[in-house]
Design a protein around this ligand. Structure first.
Ligand code: ZN
Length: 271
């Protein structure tokens, strides 16, 4: 049963929508729609909205174009290099997924791979990028199985994490990793011993995520002992733990203390 009060409430809401349409849609656009609906005797708020939508809502090609531009912007960002590799990768991955679902050609085929490798070779990972690009072109020339953009994306992400973890070694994969804008001094992170820092905030650190929660979407590997040690260092930093908790990273209770005793837990590390 529709009571008088719910009726007038509904009226009020319709009125608001109608007011909103009138203030946001240009008169010149709105008028023909109203005319058409009045003529066919089908004027209703719903009909107006539907009619406007067919004309104004972005088409698939418009959406694809926007995603394409965004993808190019992300690649340009890599070329400029004033971002850290981990953060850049997560940004790239988001837009890349969107581009895939919008069927954007920029992420397809050999050209897409070259664009990607050239972009990361500019600043983020010069040695690796150039090396991969050379190999890719050689394989393309001589025949052989080419890696896909998807695969390069995964390898890049994995190397970023690996490199941040193994930074003590002199042999870094990314020659300029950490050598970006001066404004970014680096963040101490429990994934590292002592004063060593990495340029991205711990909340973007996949190793830390893996150590605390037992899982991460990135492809990284570490031993139980390493993860246990990271977890212990993280526990000592209550402020950071609180911050990470807001992000949803809670210490998974089943992970144990990890004193290098080789505590095993299920589903942790997937290479
Ligand atoms: Zn870290």
């Amino acid at each position: 049963m529709v009571t008088q009060s719910t009726w007038s409430q509904r009226q009020k809401r319709y009125q608001q929508i109608w007011d909103w349409i009138r203030t946001t849609v240009d008169e010149a656009i709105l008028a023909p729609h109203l005319e058409k609906l009045v003529k066919s005797n089908t004027l209703s708020l719903q009909a107006i909205v539907r009619s406007l939508k067919t004309e104004i809502a972005p088409s698939d090609t418009q959406t694809a174009e926007r995603v394409r531009q965004e993808y190019r912007r992300v690649l340009a960002q890599a070329r400029q290099g004033n971002t850290n590799p981990a953060r850049w990768h997560s940004e790239w991955y988001k837009v890349y997924q969107r581009a895939l679902s919008s069927d954007v050609t920029d992420v397809k085929g050999a050209l897409a791979v070259k664009d990607f490798l050239e972009a990361v070779a500019a600043k983020l990972a010069p040695e690796w990028g150039r090396q991969q690009l050379t190999e890719f072109i050689a394989t393309q020339e001589l025949g052989g199985t080419l890696r896909t953009l998807d695969q390069y994306g995964k390898v890049f992400s994995s190397l970023v994490e690996h490199n941040s973890f193994r930074s003590r070694s002199d042999q870094t994969i990314f020659a300029t990793l950490g050598g970006r804008s001066d404004s970014e001094k680096g963040h101490a992170c429990p994934c590292r011993k002592g004063p060593k820092q990495h340029p991205w905030h711990p909340e973007h650190c996949a190793l830390l995520e893996l150590a605390l929660t037992g899982k991460t979407s990135r492809e990284i590997t570490a031993t139980d002992a390493e993860l246990g040690a990271i977890r212990e260092r993280a526990k000592a930093d209550e402020k950071l733990l609180k911050e990470l908790e807001k992000k949803g990273w809670k210490i998974e209770p089943s992970l144990g203390a990890g004193s290098g005793s080789g505590v095993r837990y299920p589903g942790s590390v997937n290479a």
